[in-house]
Unconditional design. Structure first.
Length: 254
């Protein structure tokens, strides 16, 4: 885990509610793995007091990129940052997606900005020469995170791009017509989507890893603020920040 003050190298406002920030940190960039996150102290004031977690969206040798959806005070303040401003960052944190459980086809499913961990995962699976199929869904086309991701199946709730409806029903259809291969599902997105997705994974008996966006504070296992119910009899709760945010769906209760 690295704690660094990092300069912002680029800020791109995609629309009033979504920004992409790149910051310079060769150390974090080169050690980050698919599914990990950084915890950012927004500024020196006490509002917000706690750091805010963001998935590592993409890395180069020198830089780390995150995508930020404006939710409340912390993310709003991030939209006022400028190139050369400094961010106080801890990372990379959390357990990454486990690559390659021997599946014939790796299925990546992302919902809205929750899809942010997928580009890193896609790149890692590509390096392993896996067959990859990508499903991306969002409430409208502005929330589809398509950069770096050649998504074959796209859905939006309002029909502004792709299939009008739910990405999990597209996945269900795809699997109903794809017998004879072994699959693994890697998914991230809002909890209601993940709950429905786990039902589909169970229906087809497919190994499934999910990345949760449980609310966090310390991000390092100290405050116990990110507990997730465990299905493992030896441990009642797991901590999303250190045991996750990526979990095998069979290990937790949502
Ligand atoms: C591991 C992890 C990775 C994340 N990655 C990303 C990312 O790549 N891009 C991104 O835009 N966001 C991501 N988030 C969510 C992001 O951390 C929150 O949106 C952010 O902390 C909100 O801070 P705020 O001060 O703006 O909002 P607050 O003022 O703290 O809250 C505003 C509203 O947002 C809700 N909220 C706060 N945190 C969360 C959360 N974790 N999940 C759902 N609702 C929340 C609150 O309940 C409240 O209604 C991630 C969260 C986790 C735990
Ligand atoms: S956020 Fe503090 S223990 Fe997980």
């Amino acid at each position: 885990m690295i704690h660094q003050f990092c300069s912002i190298t680029s800020i791109e406002k995609l629309n009033p509610s979504i920004i992409k920030i790149k910051f310079k940190s060769p150390l974090i960039a080169q050690s980050a793995k698919q599914g990990q996150f950084v915890n950012i102290r927004i500024d020196e004031t006490s509002v917000p007091l706690l750091r805010r977690p963001f998935s590592i969206y993409y890395t180069t040798e020198e830089e780390v990129e995150i995508v930020v959806g404006v939710m409340g005070m912390g993310t709003k303040k991030l939209t006022h940052k400028q190139v050369d401003d400094t961010l106080d960052i801890i990372g990379p944190l959390g357990k990454p997606f486990k690559l390659d459980d021997g599946e014939d086809i790796s299925i990546l499913v992302g919902g809205g900005l929750g899809a942010a961990p997928l580009p890193m995962l896609f790149r890692s699976l590509q390096r392993l020469k896996k067959n990859i199929v990508i499903f991306l869904g969002a409430k409208n086309k502005e929330y589809l995170l398509k950069d770096y991701l050649p998504a074959k199946y796209i859905s939006t709730d309002d029909g502004s791009e792709g299939y009008k409806g739910n990405i999990v029903s597209l996945l269900d259809n795809y699997l109903s017509n794809s017998a004879g291969k072994s699959y693994k599902i890697y998914a991230c997105g809002p909890t209601p989507m993940l709950i429905e997705l786990i039902k589909v994974a169970r229906k087809f008996n497919i190994n499934c890893e999910i990345s949760l966006e449980t609310m966090m504070a310390c991000g390092t296992g100290i405050c116990q603020g990110c507990a997730v119910k465990s299905k493992n009899s030896s441990k009642k709760y797991l901590l999303s920040c250190v045991d996750g945010p990526v979990f095998n769906a069979k290990d937790i209760e949502l």
